[in-house]
Design a protein around this ligand. Structure first.
Ligand code: ATP
Ligand code: MG
Length: 180
């Protein structure tokens, strides 16, 4: 399921709209310290439903909004869009092209869209569940995460493996069937 592009607008150190196109194969991001490499990976995790502000190195979700610099005033909104080619149907939808957008405003309002339709956070999680791409999967391994995985308790490590294997979806269905 190739990543096609990432569009960042007002997120962290990116006040202007920028678009990164991913070509087939590997993409590397290089740049000096503090130039925004980690912010790019955080933008990807955020649009895919990351709900912990702390894991995005902030205190609240509004901290992802561009906070101003010497030359630029702070912005009121952050918006990130991730476009996937879903011809392989790895994402849980019939659409062959899937565009996911997340926005947050200074006043705390926020929204998600899948192919320009408003959805809930839950729908975002469901879309990525078992795709091998969900926010808890191995698809993005940040600094320190490797140690965290190795040092985690066996139950937690098991859920990471289950996610990668794609069985979490069935487990959740079983759980909801049992509680009905
Ligand atoms: P390193 O090589 O040290 O890991 P990096 O390229 O990963 O650096 P980032 O951590 O992505 O750099 O970017 C850090 C920069 O982003 C800092 O200059 C910080 O001030 C800026 N930044 C973070 N959040 C915001 C925000 N909300 N508004 C404006 N700038 C921000
Ligand atoms: Mg970094």
């Amino acid at each position: 399921m190739p990543l096609v592009s990432l569009t960042i607008n007002g997120f962290k150190s990116f006040p202007d709209k920028i678009k990164i196109n991913f070509n087939p194969g590997m993409t590397g991001i290089v740049g000096p310290n503090g130039s925004g490499k980690s912010n790019v990976t955080e933008a990807i995790r955020w649009v895919m439903g990351e709900s912990s502000a702390r894991s995005l190195r902030g205190d609240s979700m509004q901290d992802v909004i561009f906070g101003g610099s010497e030359l630029r005033a702070p912005l009121n909104r952050a918006e990130v869009t991730l476009l996937f080619d879903n011809q392989s149907k790895q994402l849980k939808t019939d659409a062959t092209s899937v565009e996911v957008t997340r926005r947050v405003f200074r006043n705390g309002d926020s929204d998600f869209q899948i192919n320009k339709k408003d959805v809930r956070l839950k729908d975002i999680h469901q879309l990525f569940m078992d795709s091998g791409l969900s926010r808890d999967s191995f698809s993005i391994i940040s600094q320190g995460r490797v140690e965290q995985i190795f040092n985690s308790r066996p139950e937690n490590r098991r859920s990471i493996i289950e996610e990668a294997a794609g069985v979490l979806h069935f487990k959740q269905q079983k759980q909801s069937a049992q509680t009905q």
